[in-house]
Design a protein around this ligand. Structure first.
Ligand code: PLP
Length: 361
């Protein structure tokens, strides 16, 4: 691979497009004749203003974000949104609904419990999504929260769940900009950057504008969506470098054909791995219901032997395919194949999987 780079299957921070890294390298000492890098420039200057404006415009174009939605560049990761959402959108005595389909939605629900009444309207088995028709939604819930892609379990919704006229909120941290999304179906979408779109440090929030302005008085100013919107995400010093990097990624995605092209590439990559698992005569196994298998995170096991799993991960690393160990809470293997993982990376992994199975079956 160029620059001696490895195939990095990390769940995040994760691989970025090599062209974007090269551009960042070229810009590092002197961004477009400004005489400084983006790390060094004032966020109040016209140079940075042009960077954040372009990043927002490109993101709006990619996702066709309707005009009545506000885009915020926040900090604190998706985990901070677990608190910001109830603080902004529900009162202390209010009920909110959470759908738990894996580790991250469980965490989000746990955090919301500090701030309001959480009704866990459905709990999955970490391998599938309970049929939305069976969800026990509360009549008066302020919103319904779910995680569109469970990074650890590899469980991904294939479209927005039907929740009637309820306000829908989605954690899209690990599949943000991996496919077209109908933003108008949502009250709020949020995502940490560090999987599909850039370095850690910036968190994207897309919120229907009329929902802002109701934060509880105790809400930290930094987490008040209306304050952040009023200051164009620059109430304080924003994560300038991370925003700039996301901007480069958004521009590249647009130039490469937008989200339909991204989705097509992601489907192709995921198919390579799921097909390899399916044709391994049971040597490898995917724990996830085929209907909701993630295009981003592919967990798999070697059911016959945990020792072989260890061996697999070690041998793969020797061939420059790294970070294939499953999350410590579930074990096994996990190949995270975000937008910037090239098809060749998944093909090389699939070749190795076949070779390893032939040796050890
Ligand atoms: N939600 C999902 C789906 C995630 O995958 C992660 C991180 O892996 C988080 C939330 C937490 O994100 P952060 O580390 O940005 O707080």
């Amino acid at each position: 691979q160029p620059h001696g780079r490895v195939f990095n299957f990390s769940a995040g921070p994760a691989v970025l497009p090599v062209e974007v890294l090269e551009q960042a390298q070229a810009d590092l000492l002197n961004w477009r004749g400004s005489g400084m890098s983006v790390m060094e420039m004032s966020h109040r200057g016209k140079e940075f203003q042009s960077i954040i404006d372009a990043a927002e415009a490109d993101l709006r174009a990619l996702l066709a974000i309707p005009d009545n939605y506000t885009v915020l560049f926040m900090q604190g990761g998706a985990s901070t949104q677990f608190s910001a959402i109830p603080l902004n959108l529900a009162g202390e005595g209010d009920t909110v609904d959470y759908i738990v389909t894996g580790s991250w939605s469980k965490k989000a629900a746990g955090e919301a419990k500090k701030y309001c009444k959480v009704n866990v309207a459905a709990t999955g088995d970490n391998k599938s999504v309970p049929d939305p028709a069976t969800w026990n939604l509360s009549a008066d819930a302020k919103y319904v929260h779910y995680c569109d892609n469970e990074t650890i379990q590899g469980v991904e919704f294939k479209g927005p769940p039907a929740v009637g006229d309820k306000l829908l909120i989605a954690d899209m941290s690990s599949n943000f900009c991996s496919k077209p999304v109908d933003v108008s179906k949502y009250g709020l979408i949020y995502a940490g950057a560090q999987k599909n779109i850039g370095p850690a440090g910036v968190t994207i929030v897309i919120i229907r504008t009329d929902l802002m302005g109701n934060a509880r008085p105790i809400t930290p100013t930094m987490l008040d969506y209306a304050v952040q919107a009023g200051d164009q995400s620059m109430y304080n010093t924003p994560p300038c470098w991370s925003i700039y990097m996301c901007g480069l990624v958004f521009a590249k995605m647009r130039a490469d054909g937008g989200l339909p092209a991204v989705q097509a590439a992601n489907e192709k990559k995921a198919k390579v791995l799921y097909d390899t698992i399916a044709s391994s005569n049971g040597f490898y196994s995917s724990p996830v219901d085929p209907a909701v298998r993630s295009l981003m995170n592919v967990p798999f096991t070697i059911p016959s032997s945990a020792d072989l799993e260890k061996e697999f991960i070690g041998q793969a690393a020797k061939r420059s395919m790294i970070q294939l160990k499953g999350h410590r809470s579930v074990g096994g293997m996990r190949a995270s194949i975000y937008n910037s993982m090239p098809l060749e990376g998944t093909q090389q992994l699939a070749d190795f999987m076949r070779e390893f199975a032939a040796q050890h079956a």
